[in-house]
Design a protein around this ligand. Structure first.
Ligand code: NAP
Length: 452
């Protein structure tokens, strides 16, 4: 891989890259099948990704006709890397075993190491014989929707594909590595004004937020909508906040510290709720929710926005769903894609049906939605929310930060890129869009670090 890295850094042409040998093994971050029981008896928060995430060499898989080999320059930590590395709610090897039963090519994924990672910015090294739109040397970002294009159920909205999977979570050969194998229909052009690490953090969270709010398939926000956003400076929320602002809505962002609140203000979000400072206790005990707290929270939202939210952007799950259903306005929509704090959800159904609200589910994004979101990033309308960067060797530290909610926005991971700041193909465009806007989350993180 060193030869490949040097060639890329020296601006090798596509033909020159295509002539370089693909190594038989490559450096990757993975969890091991024989360690899936290692955290038994520990509470979730005590399960430490630094113990389960290994960085070492794995064998390079063969290339299927519809796939490409990528030199991965940078990747990012998503919450699914946390789930995989703490083996919750299930070890991911079951996904690989099921995938392996589908075809000869799919069988490659069944291994005793699961290479994780569902984001990446990369350079195409080789394309399979059926690939038409990409060639060696192309600079790309990767979205994580792994779709079987011979399955009829994939052809209206590919998220409905019966065997749709998330790359690097439900499939092997993920992006937290120097090399990856992905389907050609996961590729999108890398935004030309971004560094490798800025480009690497967007696709998964940004496209998920796009489908939840803007695309045709979920909440479908409109001009003027009030949108309550949980975790508004986190991975999903950082993009959701920007999308609502860009689409002419009124975001009300919930965060858990004054620093995160200030970051949102700098992003342009005027209405911010610090859930810790306000001390909301939606659950009186493990079994009982406190409607008085829902009311107190709802009053706060109304006092800020002047009205109840048209849309609630949900992902914390058990902790917040009762409050979310209560707080949405009459006829409003609660759009959910996750349940970080627990997936057995409880809410008062009277508030749902009597007020004609609806709960809409959403999961990642189809290729079209991911592409449209990537276009917004490429145009500089939506900024990357990179707040920190780790070397691949320190992937466990990065995953721990996300697991313990110590981060803002997204954490990037350098793979083949030897240092930060490389990969900008169009510096004038970067200047036009504004380096201060592009780097806001990182500037903020470093200011907080300096203040101690
Ligand atoms: P993240 O970067 O950790 O941000 C989530 C934010 O939610 C946190 O920063 C935190 O913000 C807030 N939060 C966490 N627990 C909470 C609780 N109990 N009550 C209220 N707020 C809470 O993670 P993410 O990338 O945004 O992902 C969030 C969830 O969505 C994860 O479970 C992830 O697996 C899932 N996800 C699903 C999809 C999909 O396609 N279905 C895609 C992406 C992510 P504050 O502390 O500042 O409030």
């Amino acid at each position: 891989m060193d030869q490949i890295r040097d060639a890329i850094l020296n601006g090798a042409s596509g033909d020159e890259l295509a002539a370089l040998p693909i190594p038989e093994s490559y450096r990757a971050a993975y969890v091991r099948r024989d360690e899936t029981a290692m955290f038994e008896g520990r509470e979730s928060w005590e399960k430490d990704p630094r113990e389960s995430l290994h960085v070492g060499d794995v064998a390079t898989p063969e290339l299927a006709p519809d796939e490409v080999y990528l030199a991965v320059m940078a990747s990012s930590i998503n919450f699914n890397t946390v789930w995989s590395s703490i083996f919750e709610p299930l070890p991911t090897f079951g996904f690989l075993d099921r995938l392996a039963r589908e075809s000869e090519w799919a069988a490659r994924h069944q291994r005793d190491e699961h290479v994780l990672g569902s984001d990446g910015s990369a350079v195409v090294l080789r394309v399979g014989s059926a690939v038409r739109n990409w060639k060696p040397g192309d600079h790309v970002v990767v979205h994580c929707n792994h779709v079987d294009d011979q399955d009829p159920s994939s052809h209206n909205d590919s998220m409905f594909g019966s065997n749709q999977r998330i790359w690097g979570f439900e499939t092997n050969f993920g992006g937290l590595a120097d090399l990856s194998v992905v389907k050609a229909n996961q590729l999108m052009p890398k935004p030309t004004h971004l560094t490798w690490e800025e480009a690497a953090v967007n696709a998964l969270c940004a496209a998920t937020s796009y489908r939840m709010l803007i695309g045709q398939n979920a909440a479908r926000m409109k001009l003027g909508d009030v949108v309550l956003i949980w975790g508004a400076s986190g991975g999903l929320g950082g993009y959701a906040s920007q999308l609502v602002l860009q689409a002419g809505g009124i975001p009300v962002g919930v965060v858990s510290s004054p620093e995160k609140g200030e970051l949102l203000n700098r992003l342009g979000v005027e209405h911010v709720i610090d859930r810790k400072a306000d001390g909301y206790q939606f659950w009186a005990d493990e079994h009982t929710q406190d409607e008085g707290e829902w009311r107190r929270f709802g009053r706060k939202v109304r006092s800020l926005a002047g009205e109840d939210p048209h849309i609630v952007f949900e992902h914390p799950g058990r902790s917040t769903m009762g409050a979310s259903v209560f707080t949405a306005r009459k006829g409003g929509t609660i759009v959910t894609c996750a349940a970080t704090s627990g997936y057995m959800i409880e809410y008062d159904n009277r508030h749902l049906w009597m007020k004609l609200k609806r709960i809409v589910s959403s999961h990642f994004a189809n290729y079209q939605e991911a592409w449209e979101m990537n276009r917004l990033i490429d145009m500089g309308k939506i900024q990357p929310i990179l707040s920190g960067v780790f070397d691949l060797e320190r992937v466990g530290d990065a995953a721990l930060q996300v697991h313990h909610n110590l981060h803002e926005g997204k954490l990037g991971v350098l793979c083949l890129a030897p240092e930060r700041g490389l990969g900008i193909a169009d510096p004038e465009k970067r200047e036009r869009i504004g380096p201060d806007k592009i780097g806001l989350f990182e500037t903020h993180a470093s200011e907080i670090a300096t203040e101690g």
